[in-house]
Design a protein around this ligand. Structure first.
Ligand SMILES: [Zn+2]
Length: 471
């Protein structure tokens, strides 16, 4: 029986692998899935972006049951620098109990495995009235869900989002996000005479600004800012450049700066750095700083620019702002300074606030604007998506928890996560909607080692089947 379910779900998944479907390139897959749904659905809507929603009539005798939405996103992330084969197909294989690509590309089990399960269910089980919702452009900021018509979730009480990566988790809430961008014009002056050093911090643990923000890891940009502020109290210096971090939503694990000092400062810098890095022994044991004498730059930042940047780096709230009031071990609100860089003759700083409490988001955002404004930076909000308020007492949650416990012999982990999910929008489109996000075991999403654990498929499918027969 288990093998039948696994093979059936994989057969559905292989259909997705035939058609390229990275964000903004979902049209062909969306058209294929719309056509595929025609054999099950009463009415189907496809919007201009490629989002689809469709009503599936109930099986005989289950017409009076509540309608349940099954929702998944159809786009996938291609691993950086590694594309599927030349026709855009994902080539898969089964290895040690996992579906993988053997490292040839990302797999797209996020969230193709969810889409595959939806079609397997439509073909194989008796069910209540269903609404199928397939979204696009999830991976570039929940765009499909943000723009889908609220009609897609009208007249339903329950929505199951199949974008979970962990079979033992039921997700009942998610943080909202605000991506901030700060910039100010570069100001250069002729370089003074002195000794020049390139200071590089590397080897920090870094991580995701949502999943890892509560691990107290060092932020390479902020550490370097602190080193420079401490150096200011010992000896004057000028800065030629300051770069660090990769993206607004990643904790910076490396950063570098070039400075010029009037007198030799290597020993002072080494002492300051080791004192600061010592604080991160537990979380960033491989962190190191290199201080290398180098050629003098022709120009350096003006003193005003340097002071502004060091004030912003020292003044921004960073890390966990507050934990959730009632949910254990759950971060409610946080901020991550993700990157400092030069672009178009401006110095730029990118940050990301995540929140479950809109007041906290605004407090963090206002404090950032205030500090940045005083230092001559202008601020822009690049994206702002809502939170999904944790729904701790839902009817669907109770039923699915019971079914999970019967299937696995233990209770699921029930949690709200500190990363955005599409129910954030669906619960805004329909205020009475109860949502759950769940899934199978998928590892290393978006990477060439992305893999789906095959024996996590049958229990997941059985829990959904039982729920959809009696929601
Ligand atoms: Zn996903």
């Amino acid at each position: 029986m288990d093998l039948q379910i696994i093979n059936g779900v994989l057969d559905e998944f292989y259909k997705l692998c035939e058609i390229p479907h990275q964000p903004k390139n979902e049209k062909q897959l969306s058209d294929m899935l719309k056509k595929y749904l025609e054999q099950f659905a009463k009415n189907i809507t496809q919007d201009d972006l490629g989002n689809i929603w469709a009503d599936i009539p109930a099986s005989d005798g289950l017409e009076n049951m509540p309608c349940v939405a099954l929702q998944a996103h159809i786009d996938m992330v291609y691993a950086v620098g590694i594309n599927p084969d030349k026709n855009g197909k994902i080539i898969t294989k089964i290895e040690n109990g996992y579906l993988t690509t053997g490292g040839k590309s990302s797999l797209g089990a996020d969230c193709g495995a969810g889409v595959a399960v939806i079609f397997w269910l439509l073909k194989n089980i008796k069910h209540s009235p269903l609404r199928i919702i397939l979204t696009v452009q999830e991976e570039i900021g929940l765009i499909g869900a943000s723009k889908i018509s609220s009609e897609s979730v009208e007249n339903i009480n329950y929505l199951i989002n199949l974008d979970g990566f962990s079979a033992n988790r039921l997700i009942i809430g998610a943080a909202g996000g605000m991506r901030e961008h700060f910039s100010r014009p570069m100001q250069f002056v002729t370089s003074p005479a002195g000794k020049s050093y390139e200071i590089t911090i590397s080897g920090l643990s870094g991580g995701h600004s949502g999943f890892d923000i509560d691990k107290n890891r060092g932020n390479a940009v902020l550490i370097l800012g602190e080193i420079l502020r401490k150096l200011q109290t010992k000896t004057p210096f000028a800065v030629a450049y300051f770069n660090g971090g990769e993206a607004f939503n990643a904790i910076p694990y490396t950063s570098s700066v070039k400075i010029i000092t009037a007198i030799s400062a290597k020993d002072t810098l080494e002492n300051i750095s080791s004192e600061i890095l010592n604080r991160y022994k537990q979380t960033d044991s491989s962190a190191r700083v290199s201080i290398i004498e180098c050629e003098s730059p022709e120009k350096v930042w003006s003193g005003e620019l340097l002071n502004s940047v060091l004030t912003v780096l020292g003044g921004f709230a960073n890390g966990v702002y507050q934990m959730h009031e009632t949910l254990e071990n759950t971060v409610s609100d946080s901020s991550n300074l993700g990157r400092i860089y030069e672009q178009d003759n401006e110095l730029c700083i990118d940050t990301m606030i995540r929140y479950m409490d809109e007041k906290a988001c605004q407090a963090l955002h206002q404090s950032h604007i205030l500090v940045a404004g005083m230092c001559g930076f202008t601020s822009v909000v690049r994206t702002h998506y809502p939170d999904w308020k944790p729904q701790t007492n839902g009817t669907m949650l109770n039923k699915i928890t019971e079914l999970y416990t019967a299937e696995h012999g233990c209770s699921p982990e029930i949690l709200a996560q500190h990363v955005g999910l599409e129910p954030s929008y669906f619960t805004k489109h329909n205020k009475d909607l109860e949502c759950i996000c769940m899934g199978m075991d998928i590892y290393d999403c978006h990477a060439p080692s992305e893999r789906l654990k095959l024996d996590s498929i049958p229990p997941f499918v059985r829990i959904l089947s039982k729920f959809l027969q009696n929601p």
